[in-house]
Design a protein around this ligand. Structure first.
Ligand code: ZN
Length: 279
Protein backbone atom coordinates (compact mmCIF):
# COMPACT_ATOMS: atom_id res chain seq x y z
CA UNK A 1 0.00 0.00 0.00
CA UNK A 2 1.25 3.43 -0.74
CA UNK A 3 2.51 5.39 2.20
CA UNK A 4 1.95 8.99 2.96
CA UNK A 5 2.71 11.90 0.74
CA UNK A 6 6.07 12.51 -0.79
CA UNK A 7 7.30 15.65 -2.42
CA UNK A 8 10.63 16.36 -3.96
CA UNK A 9 11.99 19.83 -4.52
CA UNK A 10 15.41 21.10 -5.41
CA UNK A 11 15.61 24.68 -4.35
CA UNK A 12 17.89 27.37 -5.45
CA UNK A 13 19.67 28.02 -2.23
CA UNK A 14 22.42 25.41 -2.39
CA UNK A 15 25.72 27.08 -1.84
CA UNK A 16 27.41 25.14 -4.59
CA UNK A 17 25.09 26.06 -7.41
CA UNK A 18 23.96 29.44 -6.20
CA UNK A 19 26.93 31.67 -6.77
CA UNK A 20 28.19 31.34 -10.33
CA UNK A 21 27.36 33.13 -13.17
CA UNK A 22 13.78 20.30 -22.38
CA UNK A 23 11.15 17.14 -24.84
CA UNK A 24 10.66 13.47 -24.41
CA UNK A 25 12.61 10.74 -26.09
CA UNK A 26 11.21 9.66 -29.41
CA UNK A 27 9.90 6.16 -29.62
CA UNK A 28 11.58 3.68 -31.94
CA UNK A 29 9.81 3.02 -35.19
CA UNK A 30 7.04 0.53 -34.66
CA UNK A 31 7.73 -3.02 -35.66
CA UNK A 32 5.31 -4.84 -37.95
CA UNK A 33 2.10 -5.34 -36.08
CA UNK A 34 0.79 -8.70 -35.10
CA UNK A 35 -2.44 -7.83 -36.88
CA UNK A 36 -0.59 -7.38 -40.18
CA UNK A 37 1.23 -10.64 -39.72
CA UNK A 38 -2.00 -12.42 -39.02
CA UNK A 39 -3.67 -10.98 -42.10
CA UNK A 40 -0.98 -12.40 -44.34
CA UNK A 41 -0.77 -15.75 -42.60
CA UNK A 42 -2.88 -18.78 -43.35
CA UNK A 43 -6.01 -19.20 -41.29
CA UNK A 44 -5.13 -20.19 -37.74
CA UNK A 45 -6.73 -23.58 -38.13
CA UNK A 46 -4.15 -24.51 -40.78
CA UNK A 47 -1.12 -23.48 -38.76
CA UNK A 48 0.22 -26.18 -36.49
CA UNK A 49 0.69 -24.67 -33.10
CA UNK A 50 4.12 -26.23 -32.72
CA UNK A 51 5.53 -24.50 -35.81
CA UNK A 52 4.38 -20.94 -35.10
CA UNK A 53 7.36 -18.55 -34.94
CA UNK A 54 5.48 -15.27 -34.63
CA UNK A 55 7.41 -13.28 -31.96
CA UNK A 56 5.70 -11.27 -29.28
CA UNK A 57 6.10 -7.61 -30.21
CA UNK A 58 4.47 -6.05 -27.17
CA UNK A 59 4.81 -6.43 -23.44
CA UNK A 60 2.34 -5.50 -20.75
CA UNK A 61 2.30 -1.83 -19.80
CA UNK A 62 3.50 -1.15 -16.27
CA UNK A 63 0.69 -0.56 -13.81
CA UNK A 64 -0.45 3.04 -13.25
CA UNK A 65 0.77 4.85 -10.17
CA UNK A 66 -1.37 7.43 -8.40
CA UNK A 67 -0.01 10.57 -6.84
CA UNK A 68 0.94 14.19 -7.34
CA UNK A 69 4.58 15.07 -7.92
CA UNK A 70 6.06 18.56 -8.05
CA UNK A 71 9.29 18.94 -9.99
CA UNK A 72 11.37 22.03 -9.32
CA UNK A 73 13.92 22.77 -12.07
CA UNK A 74 16.56 24.94 -10.43
CA UNK A 75 17.02 28.60 -11.41
CA UNK A 76 15.61 30.18 -14.57
CA UNK A 77 16.78 31.51 -17.91
CA UNK A 78 16.49 35.22 -17.23
CA UNK A 79 17.80 35.30 -13.67
CA UNK A 80 21.25 36.53 -14.65
CA UNK A 81 19.81 39.58 -16.40
CA UNK A 82 17.65 40.53 -13.43
CA UNK A 83 19.86 40.67 -10.33
CA UNK A 84 17.65 43.26 -8.65
CA UNK A 85 14.78 40.79 -8.63
CA UNK A 86 16.57 37.62 -7.70
CA UNK A 87 18.67 39.26 -4.98
CA UNK A 88 15.62 40.40 -3.04
CA UNK A 89 15.55 38.66 0.31
CA UNK A 90 12.71 36.24 1.01
CA UNK A 91 11.85 33.92 3.91
CA UNK A 92 13.98 30.78 3.88
CA UNK A 93 12.78 28.98 7.01
CA UNK A 94 14.33 28.63 10.46
CA UNK A 95 13.90 32.38 10.91
CA UNK A 96 16.30 33.19 8.09
CA UNK A 97 16.10 35.04 4.82
CA UNK A 98 17.92 34.32 1.56
CA UNK A 99 18.00 35.81 -1.92
CA UNK A 100 14.89 35.10 -3.97
CA UNK A 101 16.93 33.00 -6.36
CA UNK A 102 20.35 32.78 -7.99
CA UNK A 103 21.67 32.44 -11.49
CA UNK A 104 22.89 28.88 -11.01
CA UNK A 105 26.16 27.65 -12.39
CA UNK A 106 27.40 26.50 -15.81
CA UNK A 107 29.84 24.14 -17.46
CA UNK A 108 33.23 25.38 -18.50
CA UNK A 109 31.88 25.70 -22.03
CA UNK A 110 29.01 27.86 -20.81
CA UNK A 111 26.09 25.43 -20.82
CA UNK A 112 23.89 26.78 -18.02
CA UNK A 113 22.48 24.89 -15.10
CA UNK A 114 19.00 26.31 -15.66
CA UNK A 115 18.86 24.74 -19.13
CA UNK A 116 19.98 21.38 -17.79
CA UNK A 117 17.49 21.36 -14.94
CA UNK A 118 14.65 22.38 -17.25
CA UNK A 119 15.45 19.69 -19.80
CA UNK A 120 15.69 16.99 -17.16
CA UNK A 121 12.49 18.08 -15.41
CA UNK A 122 10.50 17.97 -18.65
CA UNK A 123 11.80 14.48 -19.34
CA UNK A 124 10.98 13.30 -15.82
CA UNK A 125 7.49 14.75 -16.20
CA UNK A 126 6.93 12.75 -19.39
CA UNK A 127 7.99 9.51 -17.72
CA UNK A 128 5.79 10.06 -14.68
CA UNK A 129 2.75 11.21 -16.64
CA UNK A 130 3.00 8.08 -18.76
CA UNK A 131 2.47 6.15 -15.54
CA UNK A 132 -0.60 8.17 -14.60
CA UNK A 133 1.03 10.51 -12.09
CA UNK A 134 -0.09 14.14 -11.93
CA UNK A 135 3.00 16.33 -12.34
CA UNK A 136 3.40 20.04 -11.78
CA UNK A 137 6.48 22.16 -12.40
CA UNK A 138 7.49 25.20 -10.37
CA UNK A 139 8.16 27.24 -13.52
CA UNK A 140 6.41 27.09 -16.89
CA UNK A 141 9.45 27.47 -19.14
CA UNK A 142 13.17 28.28 -19.16
CA UNK A 143 12.81 31.95 -20.05
CA UNK A 144 11.46 33.64 -16.92
CA UNK A 145 12.79 35.17 -13.72
CA UNK A 146 12.85 33.32 -10.40
CA UNK A 147 10.50 32.11 -9.03
CA UNK A 148 11.73 32.80 -5.52
CA UNK A 149 12.58 29.84 -3.33
CA UNK A 150 9.60 30.44 -1.06
CA UNK A 151 7.29 30.55 -4.07
CA UNK A 152 8.69 27.27 -5.32
CA UNK A 153 8.09 25.65 -1.95
CA UNK A 154 4.53 26.94 -2.01
CA UNK A 155 3.85 25.10 -5.27
CA UNK A 156 4.47 21.76 -3.62
CA UNK A 157 2.63 22.72 -0.47
CA UNK A 158 -0.43 24.06 -2.30
CA UNK A 159 -0.56 20.96 -4.51
CA UNK A 160 -0.43 18.71 -1.43
CA UNK A 161 2.25 16.92 -3.39
CA UNK A 162 3.11 13.36 -2.53
CA UNK A 163 6.70 14.12 -3.45
CA UNK A 164 8.65 17.26 -4.31
CA UNK A 165 11.97 16.97 -6.15
CA UNK A 166 14.22 19.89 -6.89
CA UNK A 167 16.72 19.31 -9.66
CA UNK A 168 20.09 21.05 -9.72
CA UNK A 169 23.72 20.60 -10.74
CA UNK A 170 26.58 21.86 -8.66
CA UNK A 171 29.45 24.19 -9.47
CA UNK A 172 32.42 23.09 -7.39
CA UNK A 173 35.61 24.92 -8.24
CA UNK A 174 37.50 21.63 -7.92
CA UNK A 175 37.26 20.05 -11.37
CA UNK A 176 38.11 16.64 -9.94
CA UNK A 177 35.07 16.73 -7.64
CA UNK A 178 32.20 14.73 -9.09
CA UNK A 179 29.19 12.60 -8.34
CA UNK A 180 25.64 13.31 -7.20
CA UNK A 181 24.14 13.89 -3.79
CA UNK A 182 20.61 14.24 -2.48
CA UNK A 183 19.85 16.89 0.14
CA UNK A 184 17.01 16.79 2.64
CA UNK A 185 15.95 19.08 5.47
CA UNK A 186 17.63 18.30 8.78
CA UNK A 187 16.74 18.67 11.55
CA UNK A 188 13.17 18.32 10.27
CA UNK A 189 10.75 21.18 10.88
CA UNK A 190 7.59 19.12 10.40
CA UNK A 191 6.51 15.51 10.01
CA UNK A 192 6.90 15.49 6.22
CA UNK A 193 10.53 16.57 6.54
CA UNK A 194 11.20 13.60 8.81
CA UNK A 195 10.93 9.98 7.76
CA UNK A 196 9.08 10.63 4.46
CA UNK A 197 11.71 13.03 3.15
CA UNK A 198 14.55 10.81 4.30
CA UNK A 199 12.95 7.82 2.59
CA UNK A 200 12.49 9.86 -0.57
CA UNK A 201 16.15 10.90 -0.40
CA UNK A 202 17.17 7.28 -0.15
CA UNK A 203 15.02 6.08 -3.05
CA UNK A 204 16.37 8.95 -5.13
CA UNK A 205 19.95 8.09 -4.16
CA UNK A 206 19.35 4.45 -4.98
CA UNK A 207 17.71 5.30 -8.32
CA UNK A 208 20.69 7.36 -9.44
CA UNK A 209 23.22 4.89 -8.08
CA UNK A 210 21.49 1.94 -9.73
CA UNK A 211 21.65 3.81 -13.04
CA UNK A 212 25.43 3.99 -12.69
CA UNK A 213 25.86 7.56 -11.50
CA UNK A 214 28.64 7.84 -8.90
CA UNK A 215 28.06 9.08 -5.36
CA UNK A 216 29.46 12.53 -4.60
CA UNK A 217 33.15 12.56 -3.82
CA UNK A 218 32.95 15.93 -2.08
CA UNK A 219 29.56 16.52 -0.42
CA UNK A 220 27.64 14.49 2.13
CA UNK A 221 28.00 10.83 2.91
CA UNK A 222 26.88 7.88 0.77
CA UNK A 223 25.14 10.28 -1.60
CA UNK A 224 23.01 11.92 1.10
CA UNK A 225 23.39 15.41 2.57
CA UNK A 226 21.31 16.65 5.55
CA UNK A 227 20.92 20.44 5.31
CA UNK A 228 19.39 23.19 7.41
CA UNK A 229 20.09 26.08 5.04
CA UNK A 230 18.05 25.32 1.94
CA UNK A 231 14.99 27.54 1.85
CA UNK A 232 12.89 25.34 -0.38
CA UNK A 233 13.40 22.31 1.82
CA UNK A 234 12.93 24.28 5.03
CA UNK A 235 9.63 25.71 3.83
CA UNK A 236 8.21 22.47 2.49
CA UNK A 237 5.35 20.80 4.30
CA UNK A 238 5.51 17.88 1.88
CA UNK A 239 8.18 15.18 1.50
CA UNK A 240 10.91 17.00 -0.39
CA UNK A 241 14.48 16.51 -1.57
CA UNK A 242 16.98 18.39 -3.69
CA UNK A 243 19.11 16.46 -6.17
CA UNK A 244 22.50 17.85 -7.09
CA UNK A 245 23.18 15.73 -10.16
CA UNK A 246 26.92 16.35 -10.14
CA UNK A 247 29.58 18.97 -10.76
CA UNK A 248 29.22 21.07 -13.90
CA UNK A 249 32.92 21.97 -13.65
CA UNK A 250 33.94 18.32 -13.97
CA UNK A 251 34.67 17.59 -17.62
CA UNK A 252 33.02 14.18 -17.81
CA UNK A 253 29.89 15.26 -15.99
CA UNK A 254 29.71 18.48 -17.97
CA UNK A 255 29.59 16.42 -21.14
CA UNK A 256 26.70 14.38 -19.77
CA UNK A 257 24.81 17.43 -18.53
CA UNK A 258 25.12 19.08 -21.94
CA UNK A 259 23.93 16.16 -24.05
CA UNK A 260 20.38 14.92 -24.69
CA UNK A 261 21.53 11.37 -23.98
CA UNK A 262 22.94 12.39 -20.63
CA UNK A 263 19.82 14.34 -19.76
CA UNK A 264 17.68 11.33 -20.62
CA UNK A 265 19.78 9.17 -18.34
CA UNK A 266 19.46 11.55 -15.40
CA UNK A 267 15.73 11.88 -15.99
CA UNK A 268 15.20 8.13 -16.11
CA UNK A 269 17.10 7.65 -12.87
CA UNK A 270 15.25 10.45 -11.07
CA UNK A 271 11.90 9.15 -12.28
CA UNK A 272 12.84 5.67 -11.08
CA UNK A 273 13.61 7.03 -7.64
CA UNK A 274 10.25 8.79 -7.49
CA UNK A 275 8.35 5.73 -8.68
CA UNK A 276 9.93 3.54 -6.02
CA UNK A 277 8.99 6.07 -3.39
CA UNK A 278 5.38 6.24 -4.54
CA UNK A 279 4.97 2.48 -4.93
ZN1 ZN B 1 21.38 25.09 -8.58
Amino acid sequence: MRRSLAVVTCLLTLAGCATSTAGSASAPPPSPSIATAQRTAPPPSTVPRSTSTTPRTTKPAPPPVSGVVVLDPGHNGDNAANPDVINELVPAGRGRTKPCNTTGTATGAGYPEHAFTWSVAVRVRAILEARGIEVRLTRPNDRGIGPCVNERAAVGNDAAADAVVSIHADGSTNPAAHGFHVAYSSPPLNAAQGEPSLRLARTMRDGLSSAGFPLSTYVGSHGLSPRDDLGGLNLSTRPAVLVECGNMRNAAEAAAFSSPAGQRSYAAAIAAGILVYLA
